[in-house]
Write a protein that binds this ligand. Structure first.
Ligand code: HXC
Ligand code: NAP
Length: 310
């Protein structure tokens, strides 16, 4: 039975922890915040649109019974970030975990971008993540408190990707910050990790990365060896483990959850999954010099007809 859409951790696994989720009002941030709350965490969700946050907070609390605090904040503004931390502490006493999830992104040939467009994405993704990391890290160190930082990056943080270059630069920066601070701040009891998701359908990502008719022309599931896109609960399960104390020995790691997508793109011969059985059989017959020439030729031509390399 497939149960990847079910919760994984035991009830109360995050009880007593206060977790700030940036970009927690929508998409994957909302799904992760929902599961953290279900596991007993005090959850703070923050982004620019307060109305969206209030709606999400109400929905989560009604479902879980645990408190969710909605706070408006533009992650690009350090003072607003500090205010979120102060308000969270006022409400819940202390903050234990930061989930850097807020992002901005869109597709474009790089030469068509204005410098402001480039700044916008880098500022949300990289500056937003280091603003929260720095403000909370200082607070934890000053108060001699342990902490845990999890950042959502992408697989193109290390491969790079055309047409989303500001996002690729920024996510690479977030990954580098994660690995650097995992070592530097371990002495303070602060650990830092990242998750690199492959395609998980959300309105925010799909509208910006597959706009117009692209959605109908390009099916992201086809690029994934396991043959499907991700289920939000799968990511929420991994994130809940990473923010829990069960992962206390995991530090400086980036965990990919993409069904093998990026490796398929990297593998020199991955396109050979288009080769049908007949063609493999014909090639094997030829190699072993067995069977009739006629059958081999038929298998070969029939197989070749089905190959559709792009
Ligand atoms: C080119 C664009 C653009 C586009 C905006 N700009 N959209 N340029 N193509 N599609 C330019 C504008 O013209 C402007 O430059 C500058 O960027 C700032 O635009 P604003 O609209 O003023 O910015 P702002 O209101 O701050 O909105 C930020 C945003 C928006 C990033 C542009 O899309 C947003 O709010 N996004 C948040 C949610 C989001 O992006 N979610 C998707 C995450 S998915 P000029 O020069 O005209 O002033 C993700 C998935 C990764 O990261 C991996 C998937 C597998
Ligand atoms: P999403 O729903 O659009 O989430 C982005 C969130 O960031 C929104 O809630 C948005 O809220 C918030 N945000 C944007 N700009 C902000 C700012 N300046 N200050 C504060 N908050 C801001 O998209 P998503 O798909 O769930 O993405 C979530 C994360 O997963 C991102 O880090 C993304 O890069 C990553 N990711 C997604 C996929 C995927 O397939 N979906 C794959 C790989 C990685 P407001 O508009 O209210 O500010």
């Amino acid at each position: 039975m497939t149960n990847y859409a079910e919760g994984m951790l035991k009830d109360g696994a995050l009880k007593g922890k206060t977790i700030i989720v940036t970009g927690g009002g929508t998409g994957l941030g909302k799904s992760m915040a929902t599961y953290f709350s279900k596991l007993g965490a005090n959850t703070v969700i923050t982004s620019r649109k307060l109305e969206v946050l209030h709606e999400t907070a109400k929905e989560i609390t009604e479902h879980s019974g645990y408190p969710v605090l909605a706070l408006a904040c533009d992650v690009r503004d350090y003072e607003q970030v500090e205010q979120v931390i102060q308000d969270s502490k006022k409400e819940f006493g202390q903050v234990d975990v930061l989930l850097n999830n807020a992002a901005g992104n869109f597709i474009s040939p790089t030469e068509r971008l204005s410098h402001r467009a480039f700044d916008t994405v880098v500022d949300i993704v990289l500056k937003g993540s280091y603003n929260f990391t720095l403000a909370l890290g200082k607070d934890w160190i000053q108060n001699k408190q342990k902490g845990n930082i999890l950042s959502i990056v992408t697989t193109y943080a290390w491969t790079g990707s055309g047409y989303v270059v500001p996002s690729a630069c920024a996510k690479a920066g977030v990954l580098s910050m994660t690995r650097s601070l995992a070592v530097e701040w371990a002495k303070y009891g602060i650990r830092c990790n990242a998750i690199a998701p492959g395609p998980f359908p959300t309105k925010g990502a799909w509208e910006r990365l597959l706009p117009g008719g692209l959605k109908d022309k390009f099916d992201p599931a086809k690029k994934v060896p396991v043959g499907r896109v991700g289920d939000h609960q799968e990511l929420a399960n991994l994130a809940a483990y990473m923010v829990s104390d069960f992962s206390a020995y995991v530090n400086g790691e980036v965990i990919t959850i993409d069904g093998g997508e990026w490796l398929k793109g990297a593998g020199e011969f991955s396109m050979l999954d288009q080769v049908p059985e007949e063609l493999w059989e014909a090639m094997e017959m030829g190699r072993k010099k067995e069977g009739s020439k006629l059958k081999m030729m038929w298998l070969y031509l029939n197989g070749l007809r089905k190959v559709k390399f792009k």
